[in-house]
Design a binder for this molecule. Structure first.
Ligand code: NAD
Length: 306
């Protein structure tokens, strides 16, 4: 069994670390939020006082943070104050393996990866798909960029948290594939919400309409596994007031990353741009901390028919 350092115990990192502990690994964890540490201890992890303590004695370290700035701050020491100045790469032994599972910009992933390699530390960008339910069930999809040999070395540990392990290509390729995926996710979530709202406004039951479309050509992951309408799917964030899922503000971040990627690639993304505007509008209405499937509420304004 491996001694693993794990930094970032939010909606995703918490259950991922718990699955590593359940599989018998020694998991040393740290998060800035005290309650997350308490939950991790209950799940069998060992809480550390700071990130440096969490990685001490570890040959393998996983980070699961919100965005590129947090990852650069943790691993390179960029920024100041409580969230900065860690330069955690300096605390690792030669040959250690860092797996960053956060969804971040390609440039940050490559920057941290290059800094790690310069110090003789191996680095993989390994963003995930599957949501909080997938993290809890250990059925995540890992989308990995980096050296093939490092991917092979990471596989046994990733398999404790996920079912599908993909090597997308060189350093940064995991993030590129993840951005393409999340742009598509945003588009089909907004489309699903739009279709459900239309049917319900015309008198259909949202559960019946979901079943019909789920067996028809409109079926998709948002409809079938993450239904945005409250009460249709017991375990979806929609049925718990959109709490504890994938925050709208994180989807806005991912869509911003996809737009930057599209600019770099000179690739037209009209649907992605529209989805970004929709989720951004939703976030500016005070919905940034709620699950992104709450986008359905944008379609439910009680305006009088003209
Ligand atoms: P979250 O905000 O719930 O968790 C992030 C955690 O990182 C927080 O607990 C925060 O306290 C901690 N943190 C930030 N800086 C830190 C530091 N310097 N040291 C220690 N802890 C620190 O976010 P999440 O939903 O868990 O998402 C994490 C990443 O995974 C994001 O990049 C997100 O885009 C991606 N992701 C999320 C989902 C989802 O469904 N929630 C799905 C796939 C991918």
């Amino acid at each position: 069994m491996t001694r693993i350092g794990f930094i970032g115990l939010g909606n995703m990192g918490g259950p991922m670390a718990a699955n590593l502990a359940r599989a018998g690994h020694t998991v040393q964890v740290f998060d800035l939020v005290a309650e997350s540490l308490t939950r991790a201890i209950e799940a069998g992890c060992i809480a550390a006082g700071d990130a440096r303590e969490a990685v001490s004695g570890c040959e393998l370290v996983i980070s699961m943070l919100p965005a590129g700035e947090h990852v650069r701050s943790l691993w390179l020491g960029e920024g100041a104050g409580e969230r900065g100045g860690q330069d955690l790469l300096a605390a690792l032994p030669l040959g250690a393996l860092v797996i960053d599972c956060s969804t971040i910009d390609v440039a940050s992933a490559r920057q941290v990866g290059a800094a790690a390699q310069a110090r003789g530390i191996r680095f993989l960008d390994a963003p995930v798909s599957g949501g909080v339910a997938g993290a809890a069930a250990g059925t995540l999809t890992f989308i990995v960029g980096g050296e093939q040999a490092d991917f092979e070395a990471a596989k046994p540990v990733l398999a404790c948290m996920g079912q599908n392990l993909f090597h997308a290509g060189a350093l940064g390729a995991g993030q590129i594939a993840k951005m393409c995926n999340n742009m598509l996710l945003a588009i089909h979530m907004a489309g699903t919400a739009e279709a459900l709202a239309l049917g319900v406004k015309e008198g259909l039951d949202p559960g019946v309409l979901s079943t019909i479309m789920g067996k028809s050509s409109g079926n998709n992951w948002s409809l079938e596994r993450y239904n945005p309408w409250p009460g249709v799917m017991e375990n979806a964030p929609a049925s718990r007031n959109y709490q504890g899922g994938f925050m709208t503000r994180l989807m806005v971040k991912d869509l911003g990353l996809a737009m930057a990627l599209a600019e770099h690639a000179h690739s037209a993304v009209p649907m992605g741009a529209l989805a970004r505007n929709l989720f951004n509008l939703h976030a500016t209405k005070g919905q940034g901390a709620r699950d992104f499937s709450s986008i359905v509420e944008l379609y439910l304004d009680k305006t009088e028919p003209g």
